[in-house]
Design a binder for this molecule. Structure first.
Ligand code: GRF
Length: 200
């Protein structure tokens, strides 16, 4: 069930890398959406440039800057609570969310994963590892999934999926690129649906 949009929907995005999914969400200019924060777990992530170009407040909470995972997670939670998001979009975010964060925002956190969950998800299944596993298994198709985030990796309720064929001669890179194009469309469409606005 989505968030009913009677006022601007405050969206925070968590990123760690390039941020092409973030860019797609920004470029979609979904009328109700107000991006209130881009939080990066990595210093220098290009996603931060994208936030700056779109004049979205951003912050780096680098796990490397904290003694313990717990302190890092606490700081992420502090920043999220300050931003008061209605929806949190994980967009290439490479850290697992703490139990506390999941509890604080349960039902409001979306993730995009470059495979057809529940297959090819879980610990270690990120980036090229996902596509290499799909190819090694001889799958005929792959795709992407937007799901709600719970305390387990790539595990919460599935909101939407898109499929692509696996083609002869595919490498993890060619498969990833074919899927990434669809990720951008799927994330936009699913966010729109989630906040209560259907595609027109
Ligand atoms: C995407 O494949 C996404 O599914 C995964 O990480 C990649 C991030 O790409 N979670 P980008 O940072 O959005 O360009």
């Amino acid at each position: 069930m989505g968030v009913v949009a009677q006022r601007p929907v405050r969206v925070a995005a968590l990123v760690s890398g390039n941020g092409t999914n973030l860019q797609a969400l920004i470029d979609a200019k979904i009328p109700q959406v107000e991006f209130v924060l881009v939080l990066s777990s990595k210093e220098g992530a290009y996603a931060l440039e994208r936030a700056k170009n779109a004049q979205i407040p951003s912050v780096v909470v680098s796990y490397k800057a904290f003694d313990t995972e717990e302190r890092f997670q606490q700081e992420v939670l502090v920043k999220l609570k300050e931003a008061k998001p209605d929806v949190i979009c994980l967009a290439g975010y490479m850290r697992k969310l703490s139990q506390e964060i999941v509890t604080a925002f349960r039902g409001k956190i979306l993730n995009i994963h470059p495979a057809l969950l529940p297959k090819y998800g879980g610990p270690g299944m990120y980036g090229a590892h996902v596509h290499a596993a799909v190819l090694a298994a001889g799958e005929k198709e792959s795709g992407c999934t937007v799901h709600l985030v719970d305390e387990h990796y790539d595990h919460g309720d599935i909101l939407a999926q898109e499929r692509v064929p696996v083609l002869p001669g595919d490498t993890p890179v060619t498969l990833a690129n074919r899927i990434l194009v669809l990720e951008h469309q799927l994330y936009v469409r699913t966010l729109k649906e989630f906040i209560g606005k259907k595609d027109d």
